[in-house]
Design a protein around this ligand. Structure first.
Ligand SMILES: Cc1ncc(COP(=O)(O)O)c(C=O)c1O
Length: 416
């Protein structure tokens, strides 16, 4: 019998008396396509795992992936790197962020985002998040005017995409460069235009729990030749940038090659080999994820105390998870989570006092230069629940999750 990591046997002795039991492993992922596995085996037999150096004939796999991904999102350049965190760090450096600079960023995000800002030696100035889980545009306007920041590292956290026309208007008015964290929005668009192409740089993740998976991996896209040349140099191309297919003209590299450090954040040939056949699967995965989202949204919104903010029709999201607010007190939310756990459904909470797994919040990032005062975001995060939605979920699973959430929220609502 196989034992799932999220359903230890001890839970079976403490099941709820109503018999409701989910118990599926929500951390599972889609298998790597057979075509990718076959190509990876050939690559491993060749031993040529590093993307630069003697490649034999043709271009290395990351160069081909860059060409294919840039065509997919419609940008001039793409640089394959070791993670989305690396892409964000490189993007910050390439747009000119210096030690001690202020950088605007989203409050509702995950730790690699403030981490990338800290890595660049800069100070994050967090912008409030509204009840719709989006950047609070009034707070963005205020902080754009008053903080002195020249860059906004904006996170489309959990696939929620704010009005990007409005964001760009505010940032353009204040001379602020936008970098988009698209770790959760690969394949998504705002008003017909892909996320990652609104600002100057878009950063994507290929970590296991994202839309495409090579364990670790990142992609940086831009139309800006100076950003692209710096990104190629910073990622660690050892002056072999000629092996990129999408590369700025030689004179652009001449401007940067002696003054740009090598941060060794390349993507390997192996990661790119695993990723290339997954690009063509994105549209189908998006359809399946959004079907799961629509089913869960319908079921969960029937439960007492559950609020799921309506989504703007211009937001063409790709939902690899679902978030909802519970209009309850913290103790009651703890009860809700316990009641879900008892039924084999493990839900994450952004309001937790201590960070657990992937779910932390700004109050846990003590390296921020000043403790931010973010009353609106605090209120939102304190009631915000989070559920990953692997593509293996069936309609029946979604109905059962709905039943468990309804039961747990009813019980939690009556708790003192
Ligand atoms: C919102 C968000 N941004 C960025 C990242 C960083 O991605 P990576 O793990 O590829 O560095 C993550 C990772 O989970 C994330 O959740």
């Amino acid at each position: 019998m196989s034992m799932s990591m999220t359903t230890p046997t001890s839970e079976h002795s403490t099941r709820a008396p109503d018999g409701l039991w989910f118990g599926k492993d929500m951390s599972n992922s889609e298998p790597i396509p057979e075509e990718a596995i076959e190509r990876a085996v050939v690559l491993m037999r060749s031993g040529r795992l590093h993307r630069y150096g003697e490649q034999g004939s043709g271009y290395p796999e990351p160069s081909l992936l860059e060409q294919e991904y840039a065509a997919y999102v419609g940008t001039k350049y793409c640089v394959a790197v070791s993670s989305c965190g690396a892409a964000m760090f490189i993007a910050l450096k390439a747009v000119g962020v210096k030690h001690g600079d202020k950088v605007l960023s989203s409050t509702f995000t995950l730790s690699p985002v403030p981490g990338a800002i800290a890595h660049a030696g800069a100070q994050a100035v967090l912008v409030e998040t509204g009840a719709d889980y989006m950047t609070d545009l009034a707070d963005l306007e205020r902080k754009a005017a008053s903080s002195g920041a020249k860059v906004f590292l904006m996170s489309h956290m959990r696939g929620h995409i704010a009005d990007l026309e409005a964001v760009m208007k505010i940032c353009d008015r204040h001379g602020i460069t936008v970098i988009e964290d698209c770790a959760h929005t690969m394949g998504a668009k705002w008003n017909g235009k892909p996320t990652g192409t609104w600002g100057k740089v878009g950063c994507y993740s290929a970590q296991t729990y994202k839309h495409i998976n090579s364990g670790e991996g990142g992609l940086l896209v831009t139309d800006d030749a100076d950003v692209a040349a710096q990104a190629i140099l910073m990622s660690g191309s050892y002056m072999m940038y000629g092996q990129h297919i999408l590369k700025p003209d030689a004179e652009v590299f001449e401007r940067w090659k002696y003054i740009t450090p090598n941060f060794s954040m390349r993507m390997s040939n192996l990661a790119a080999t695993l990723l290339r056949p997954q690009i063509s699967q994105l549209a189908n995965r998006a359809k399946r994820w959004n079907h799961i989202y629509a089913t869960l949204e319908r079921e969960l919104s029937r439960a007492d105390h559950v609020i799921i903010p309506p989504r703007d029709p211009r937001e063409e999201f790709v939902a690899s998870s679902i978030q909802f607010s519970l209009d309850l007190q913290p103790k009651q939310i703890e009860r809700f989570i316990e009641q879900c756990d008892l039924r084999g459904l493990h839900i994450k909470w952004f309001g937790k006092a201590s960070p657990i797994g992937f779910t932390s919040n700004y109050e846990h990032w003590h390296y921020l230069s000043e403790a931010p005062d973010l009353p609106n975001s605090k209120g939102v995060l304190n009631q915000l629940l989070d559920l990953r939605t692997p593509l293996s979920l069936t309609d029946e699973d979604c109905l059962l999750i709905g039943k468990i959430v309804a039961t747990a929220s009813r019980i939690a609502g009556t708790a003192a």
